[in-house]
Write a protein that binds this ligand. Structure first.
Ligand SMILES: [Zn+2]
Length: 384
């Protein structure tokens, strides 16, 4: 009996220990690489500056600076490696513990004639989208970051997707690609040619178009959040509806994505593309960030009554966990500070113009304003 018990304990500790060892191993490798890189760059930097040998405190200061730089490369590991996928799985687990299977928002169909757009809540605040052309029975999935959440909806409606579209490589938008490919091996998976999106079978470039039934999509290349981010513009005409923009992490209601992989001038050019769209175009963003974004908009653009009015509406929707999508491009022009870098009120609040006459700002000034607004937003409320 004792031998049996001993054996069982060995097995339990063997499995648990093995798992712990694997996790600890990964964490050790991760930090050893960072620290080695920091020591290496500090030594090279010091040798190149011809002031070697450094005093102890000077070396330590430079070592700390280099360590900081190396830690910033955590983003690289998140966005480019399977370590990022591991963190993504942890995020899914946390969201499930906090919100259960139903997620952060109620499932609500938005109908426009034969067109239906269904935002699918995933993780803590992400949306995938199911776009349906009822007349031709075509179903398109957009940004399936969590396969299980999407699959649950597909199963409940007995639907198979005709294609999967992805806006950018971050795991919360593309993490379900491989699993869904397993379920639907013949379904094409579309993504930007320059963004290294996992699992895609068809790469897309700026202005490319493609159709499924009456669903006509056009690609807009919008680098800034990532180097190859794209957004999808759906033609509303066949449905007698406004066009729809599926904007991923490029533009949110009253916000824009963090500039991880491009300079503010690049992001500005991508945001200006959005401003060329008709005012009635519907905006379907990749996250439920409206409340936090509008709180910030009301702070940085304190006289803006449109931002105040929209915030009140959003607060009442969120009290019942209702989705705040879509907004329209016309609305965004009136309160989204990231699309308003030409506006006098914003530039004055940023301290970029003084009491003199207001003249139309150059793109250089607007890019600086964009960088300042982004920095202030990051301090106000950190979101991707
Ligand atoms: Zn992203």
């Amino acid at each position: 009996m004792r031998a049996l018990l001993g054996g069982a304990i060995d097995i339990v500790f063997g499995i648990g220990g093995g798992f712990l060892f694997r996790i600890c191993g990964w964490v050790c490798v991760y930090y050893v690489v960072f620290i080695s890189l920091a020591i290496f760059s500090t030594s090279i930097g010091a040798a190149c500056c011809f002031d070697w040998p450094l005093s102890g405190s000077s070396f330590l200061r430079r070592f700390q600076a280099c360590l900081l730089e190396c830690l910033k490369s955590r983003y690289y590991f998140y966005s480019r490696t399977r370590i990022g996928y591991y963190y993504h799985q942890q995020d899914i687990k946390k969201a499930k513990e906090k919100l259960g299977d139903n997620g952060h928002s109620e499932l609500t169909d938005f109908e426009y004639g034969n067109l239906t757009v269904l935002p699918i809540p995933m993780l803590l605040d992400n949306y995938a989208y199911l776009v349906t052309d009822k007349k031709n029975g075509k179903n398109i999935l957009i940004d399936p970051g969590h396969a299980e959440a999407v699959q649950r909806v597909l199963n409940s409606r007995n639907i198979q997707p005709d294609a999967i579209l992805v806006t950018h490589k971050h795991w919360d938008h593309s993490g379900g690609n491989d699993e869904l490919k397993g379920h639907f091996p013949n379904v094409p998976l579309y993504g930007g040619a320059e963004d290294n999106v996992p699992g895609i079978t068809r790469t897309l470039v700026d202005k490319e178009t493609f159709d499924f039934g009456d669903l006509h999509f056009k690609v807009m290349f919008t680098p800034g959040h990532t180097v190859g981010h794209i957004v999808y513009l759906l033609d509303g005409k066949p449905f007698d509806a406004p066009d729809s923009l599926f904007s991923g992490d490029h533009v949110f209601i009253a916000g824009c994505g963090r500039m991880f992989e491009a300079k503010p001038s690049v992001m500005l050019a991508s945001l200006d593309k959005i401003l060329t769209l008709p005012n009635e175009t519907l905006l379907w963003p990749g996250h439920e960030y409206a409340k936090e974004n509008l709180e910030f908009a009301c702070n940085i653009d304190s006289e803006n009554s449109e931002a105040q009015r929209k915030l009140e509406w959003v607060e009442s929707r969120r009290e019942s966990s209702l989705c705040t999508c879509p907004s329209s491009i016309g609305e965004e022009k009136s309160f989204n500070p990231f699309l308003r870098t030409s506006e006098e009120a914003i530039l004055r609040q940023l301290g970029m113009i003084d009491c003199g006459d207001f003249t139309t700002p150059s793109d250089e000034i607007r890019a600086r304003a964009l960088a300042m607004i982004r920095e202030q937003k990051d301090k106000f409320n950190y979101k991707l």
